[in-house]
Design a protein around this ligand. Structure first.
Ligand code: SAM
Length: 282
């Protein structure tokens, strides 16, 4: 007997489905397949998801699930997951990433329901790859707090992190955030990635103060990812590097010492490793 995959139903459970962040062409084949074959779609805003499904020629029952949902709404979806396949989507991008769904996933896990996650667009990752900032280590920090004091404190706390930082931002708040960034981390490379995957996509890089001035003159429209490069590489000469390597070699292997000093100084890890081997041999 042959099976028709088009009408074969999905196993019951929760399917976390990423959707585009602007360009509808970014929906994945797997996302379309699951949205076509699921029994229902849990979504933040039925109008937004209704439009996407219409564009894809798909019609499904829509269950509203967002930050205002009550515990009883979540329990209702959990019950449905026992016998039906439910796709969880957000208005755009990857569900749960600064979007609802975390408690639903946690409860579904605890209840022993099947859960799987379909990868796709996520503005934080698109912004990072486009920014030209170092991406070997990054910290995604979602939206900065709205209140001035809390925003400054958050930035002061994150200034010590040895990694690129990624924030979600909005047009009306961007200049203020850049001004505070300019005070808290004046030497850092900053990037503003705007309207990603859309017609007016833009990525502008520079010191925070310069970007604040630019966006004061040209108030930004649309959606924004704000990125900050890692703490500036220290200016070190060969003697300093030797001292740092010797200190690190007291407690670490040559490879670890080289990696640590490379992170601190921005110097080439392979050269530092070669020098660490020399120093160890002395
Ligand atoms: N879950 C989504 C994701 O995976 O990217 C993010 C949802 S969050 C509520 C919305 C924020 O993501 C926006 O305020 C903006 O900061 C960022 N964002 C979403 N789409 C974007 C785009 N096309 N360009 C730039 N930033 C975007």
């Amino acid at each position: 007997m042959t099976r028709n995959p088009e009408i074969e139903s999905l196993s019951p459970g929760l399917y976390i489905v990423a959707t585009p962040i602007g360009n509808l062409g970014d929906i994945t084949l797997r996302s379309v397949d699951v949205l076509s074959r699921c029994d229902a779609v849990a979504c933040e805003d039925t109008r937004v998801t209704g439009k996407l499904l219409k564009h894809l020629g798909i019609s499904k029952p829509l269950l509203r699930y967002n930050d205002h949902s009550k515990d009883s709404d979540r329990r209702r979806i959990l019950d449905i997951l026992d016998t039906q396949a439910v796709a969880l989507v957000s208005d755009a991008g990857t569900p749960l990433i600064s979007d609802p769904g975390y408690r639903l996933v946690q409860d579904a896990q605890e209840a022993g329901r099947m859960i799987t996650s379909l990868p796709g667009a996520c503005a934080a990752v698109v912004g990072l790859t486009l920014s030209g900032l170092p991406n070997d280590r990054f910290l995604f920090a979602g939206f900065l707090p709205n209140k001035d004091k809390a925003r400054r404190e958050t930035l002061e706390e994150l200034a010590a992190v040895d990694a690129s930082l990624i924030f979600y931002e909005s047009g009306p708040r961007l200049v203020k955030s850049l001004e505070v960034l300019g005070e808290v981390m004046p030497a850092r490379d900053v990037a503003v990635a705007r309207e990603l995957t859309k017609l007016h996509e833009e990525c502008r890089r520079g010191p925070a103060a310069e970007l604040a001035e630019h966006y004061t003159r040209h108030p930004p429209k649309g959606e924004i990812v704000l990125l900050v490069g890692p703490p500036a590489a220290m200016k070190v000469d060969a003697v300093d590097a030797d001292a740092l390597l010797l200190a690190a070699l007291e407690t670490s292997k040559a490879s670890q010492a080289a990696a640590g000093v490379a992170r601190k100084t921005g110097m080439d890890r392979k050269q530092l490793y070669a020098r660490a081997m020399e120093l160890r041999g002395k």
